[in-house]
Design a protein around this ligand. Structure first.
Ligand code: URA
Length: 435
C-alpha cells in the first residue's frame, strides 16, 4: 500500500477503506510510516474529518494495538467514567464509591496530570504506597472484594494512541473531533464496562470552548460506543470555573472524602450525584433518573458510601490515614492567604489560569518527567457566585516553593470581583443514551 495515495485521498475528501485504515495504524506503530508522513495525514483529518465507518475501523485498530481486559470471574454490572480533563476534578473518587454502594462495579483506567489539569493517579498517590500498577488478576480480586478499582494506564494500553497523541500534541492536531473521540473511546473500550459516562468539559479550561462543538464531540463518542454495544451517556459540564474548592492532589482527595460524608461543595455534589444516577439507570438499578438522583443524594449525605474510597485505597496498598489526619501530614512551608481588594461576587478569570497556578505551586507537572508535591495546591475559600467583603480571604495557596510575591500576584490576577453574581450551572446539558 502507498501512504502518499492515502494522504491524497483524505486530502481530497475520498473515504478510506477498512484495509487502508488498518494498514496505516499498523504501519505507523511499527515505524514503517514516519512521523512526518503521519503528521500530514493527521492534518488532512483535521480539515476533512472521518465518517462513522472510518471512525469505527480507526478506533477498532487503536484498540487492537495493545492489551484488552476481560472481567471474567467478576460479577457485574460494570461501569466506567471519563472526564476530558478539568481543574479541581476529583469526581471519579466520589462517583465510584456512590455507584459501588448500589452494587455496580467500577472498573477504571486513569492517567496522570500534565499542565493545568490534574490526574486521578497522581491524586491517589498522595496516599503513600498506593499503586495503580496492579496485575489484571489483582484488579479482579479488588473488584470482587471492594467493588471498585482504578489501574494506571501502562505502556501497553492502546500504544498506537500514545504514539499518535504525542505527534498530535506537536503538530496542532489535538483539537480534531474524530481524533479526540477515537483516542478517548479506544481507552474506554478495552475494559468491557457496559455503562460509560463521559464528562465533556466546556469552557476556557477545556478542549471544547463552546457548547456546540462539545455536543458534536459527545455525539461522536456515543456513536463509537454504540458500534461496540456500549451504553454511553454524556454530561456537558462547565469548565469556565474550577470544580469544587480544592485544586491539587492530597487536598483534592480530602475534598472527595469530605464530599462522601455529605460535606462537599454544591457543584461537586451535583456533578457526582448526576453521573452516578445516570450510571445506575443505565445499569438498570433504577428506572427513573429523578428517583436515582434522590437515592444517591441520600447516600451521599449519610456518608454510607465513603468507606469504599478508603477500602479501595488500602486494597491498592495506600495509607488512607494520611488523608484522615490531613493537617498533620500535608503541611507546607508557605500558606499564602489572598484577600479581596473590594467587596462583591467572586468569579475567576479562567479555570485554566488556576490550574497553571496550582502547577507552579508544585502540585502539577510542566513536563511529563517532573515530580509532584502532594501537599501543594489551592483552596478556594470563596468560589464562583460567593459574596466576599473587602479584605476577606478569597483563596489560600499552599506551597513549599519560596516565591510568595509572584504567586500572590498571579492569584490576584485570577480573581474577578463584580456586582453581578455568576450563576452558570455546573451541568450545561445531558445527552442520555440507552442501547
Ligand atoms: N484525551 C485523550 O485521551 N485524547 C485526546 O485526544 C484528547 C483528550
Amino acid at each position: 500500500m502507498n501512504f502518499t495515495s492515502i494522504i491524497n485521498k483524505k486530502k481530497n475528501k475520498i473515504n478510506l477503506t477498512s484495509k487502508e485504515i488498518t494498514w496505516l495504524v499498523e504501519s505507523f506503530l511499527n515505524g514503517q510510516i514516519k512521523d512526518y508522513q503521519m503528521s500530514s495525514f493527521l492534518m488532512a483529518v483535521w480539515f476533512n474529518g472521518m465518517n462513522d465507518e472510518e471512525l469505527a475501523v480507526f478506533t477498532e485498530n487503536l484498540i487492537n494495538s495493545g492489551i484488552t481486559y476481560d472481567l471474567d470471574g467478576v460479577e457485574g454490572p460494570f461501569a466506567d467514567k471519563h472526564s476530558t480533563g478539568g481543574v479541581g476534578d476529583k469526581t471519579s473518587l466520589i462517583f465510584a464509591p456512590l455507584v459501588a454502594h448500589f452494587g455496580v462495579k467500577v472498573s477504571k483506567l486513569s492517567g496522570r496530570g500534565l499542565g493545568q489539569t490534574g490526574g486521578t493517579i497522581d491524586k491517589l498517590e498522595s496516599c503513600k504506597g498506593w499503586t495503580g500498577e496492579i496485575e489484571e488478576q489483582r484488579f479482579k480480586e479488588i473488584l470482587n472484594t471492594v467493588g471498585m478499582s482504578i489501574m494506571s494506564q501502562s505502556k501497553n494500553v492502546v500504544p498506537a494512541d500514545k504514539k499518535l497523541y504525542a505527534l498530535r500534541d506537536v503538530t496542532g492536531t489535538v483539537d480534531s473531533v474524530p481524533l479526540i473521540a477515537s483516542s478517548i473511546m479506544s481507552k474506554k473500550l478495552i475494559i468491557p464496562a457496559q455503562s460509560i459516562i463521559l464528562d465533556v468539559k466546556v469552557g476556557s479550561g477545556a478542549f471544547m470552548k463552546d457548547l456546540q462543538s462539545a455536543e458534536v464531540l459527545a455525539n461522536t463518542m456515543i456513536s463509537i460506543g454504540k458500534s461496540h454495544n456500549r451504553n454511553v451517556s454524556v454530561m456537558l459540564t462547565n469548565m469556565d470555573r474550577p470544580l469544587g474548592r480544592a485544586i491539587g492532589n492530597a487536598i483534592e482527595v480530602k475534598e472527595a472524602w469530605e464530599t462522601l460524608h455529605g460535606k462537599g461543595p454544591d457543584d461537586l455534589n451535583e456533578l457526582c450525584v448526576t453521573a452516578a444516577a445516570i450510571t445506575l439507570v443505565n445499569t438498570k438499578k433504577f428506572s427513573s433518573l429523578d428517583e436515582a438522583k434522590q437515592k444517591v443524594y441520600e447516600v451521599l449525605k449519610s456518608g454510607e458510601a465513603a468507606h469504599f474510597l478508603k477500602d479501595f485505597v488500602e486494597a491498592q496498598s495506600g495509607d488512607f490515614s494520611l488523608i484522615e489526619n490531613y493537617s498533620k501530614n500535608f503541611l507546607t512551608l508557605h500558606k499564602i492567604e489572598v484577600v479581596a481588594k473590594k467587596e462583591g461576587y467572586v468569579s475567576f478569570k479562567s479555570a485554566e489560569g488556576l490550574g497553571y497556578l496550582s502547577m507552579k505551586l508544585g502540585a502539577g507537572r510542566e513536563r511529563a518527567e517532573d515530580t509532584i508535591d502532594f501537599s501543594a495546591g489551592i483552596y478556594l475559600n470563596k468560589t464562583n457566585g460567593d459574596f466576599v467583603k473587602k479584605d476577606e480571604v478569597v483563596m489560600t495557596l499552599f506551597t513549599n516553593i519560596s516565591n510568595n510575591d509572584e504567586f500572590l500576584n498571579e492569584a490576584n490576577d485570577q480573581i474577578v470581583i463584580s456586582d453581578k453574581k455568576d450563576d452558570t450551572p455546573v451541568i450545561l446539558k445531558l445527552i442520555l443514551n440507552s442501547n
